[in-house]
Design a protein around this ligand. Structure first.
Ligand SMILES: Nc1nc2c(ncn2[C@@H]2O[C@H](COP(=O)(O)OP(=O)(O)OP(=O)(O)O)[C@@H](O)[C@H]2O)c(=O)[nH]1
Ligand SMILES: [Mg+2]
Length: 300
């Protein structure tokens, strides 16, 4: 299955209502209202939903225009909103070496799985990733990453349970230098954004990493669970301001009807989308493609 159809099928729950609000409908004043309601239900946020429906309402469609023309119009508007936040994440992670990537976020949003998926993509393009099990709170977390590392055939650095996460990351980077790993992917423990003690641990990891390379970590990725919808804003607020975030990955787009939240996230935080999670298997992380997203969300 190609990238396009995968994102399209993942977004089906989100696009269903938006698509239905247009399919087979007459182009009249009710249409804009229906589109607005559907966008709000998809968690696109009130501001964007109003903005987009106003554009549909103002647009002078020709007499011959069909529902497909409305979808195409809306898709172009959505594309324009998200296009600036599409980026070549995987290509951008090439220098310096080793390239250190820190993966952070609240509990259960797909960090460990995404670290494995990212490592798999790097490995497939001929890189030599080292994954670091810096979630030292839970033995199960280390086992989970070990399982993936073995399955995809990448190196792993794991410490003892309850080991100091910052110290582990420090030795992992040294190990990467010794063994020729060109990219280091650090999986961290899940932490709620209101736990200052746990956020302090992330700051410590960053401080310690800078002792080896003062430009590291080269990317800090905030993982967001697509099921959270607009509520993810609270997480972005804290992680962005307290830790610093270079880009986001939104996981579980396949399980959510709230895929419109991505629109309000980029509009508010103007932050790049490094990738999206579209399923549970190792291949289910895809670079974010603005055109595919825009077409998929209106059901084109
Ligand atoms: N459907 C779907 N499931 C996903 C996706 N990404 C992750 N998951 C699932 O979400 C669950 C949690 O994923 P983890 O990777 O363990 O999440 P985590 O952030 O590491 O969790 P903690 O370490 O407990 O904070 C697992 O069952 C994953 O298979 C996705 O894109 N789609
Ligand atoms: Mg984890």
């Amino acid at each position: 299955m190609g990238i396009f159809s995968k994102i399209k099928s993942a977004l089906q729950k989100t696009s269903e209502k938006i698509s239905l609000s247009i399919t087979g409908k007459k182009i009249d004043e009710n249409l804009a209202q229906e589109i607005e309601d559907a966008l709000i239900i998809a968690d696109a946020g009130v501001e964007i939903s109003l903005e987009l429906s106003a554009k549909v309402s103002k647009k002078k469609f020709s007499q011959e225009a069909t529902d497909i023309d409305v979808k195409k119009f809306l898709s172009v508007e959505i594309f324009n909103l998200v296009k600036p936040y599409e980026c070549d994440f995987f290509e951008s992670c090439s220098a310096p070496v080793p390239y250190v990537i820190l993966v952070i976020g609240v509990n259960g949003n797909g960090k460990t799985t995404s670290v494995a998926k990212i490592a798999h993509i790097f490995k497939s393009s001929g890189r030599r990733p080292l994954v670091v099990a810096a979630d030292t709170f839970r033995a199960a977390a280390v086992e989970q990453l070990k399982f993936w590392a073995k399955k995809i055939g990448v190196d792993i650095c794991a410490g003892k349970e309850k080991a100091d996460a910052a110290g582990l990351v420090f030795s992992a980077i040294e190990q990467a230098k010794r063994n020729g790993n060109d990219v280091v992917l650090v999986d961290t423990a899940g932490r709620m954004q209101n736990r200052d003690d746990l956020l302090a641990e992330l700051e410590k990891i960053k401080r310690v990493v800078r002792k080896i390379d003062d430009t590291a970590p080269h990317k800090t990725i905030l993982l967001l669970d697509g099921l959270t919808g607009q509520a993810a804003h609270a997480q972005v607020d804290v992680f962005l301001h307290k830790i610093g975030v270079d880009g986001i990955i939104i996981t579980k787009l396949d399980g959510t009807a709230k895929g419109g939240a991505l629109l309000s996230l980029v509009k508010k935080y103007k932050i790049p989308i490094f990738a999206v999670g579209v399923g549970e298997s190792i291949d289910d992380l895809k670079p974010f493609n603005a055109q595919d997203y825009a077409d998929a969300i209106v059901g084109l």
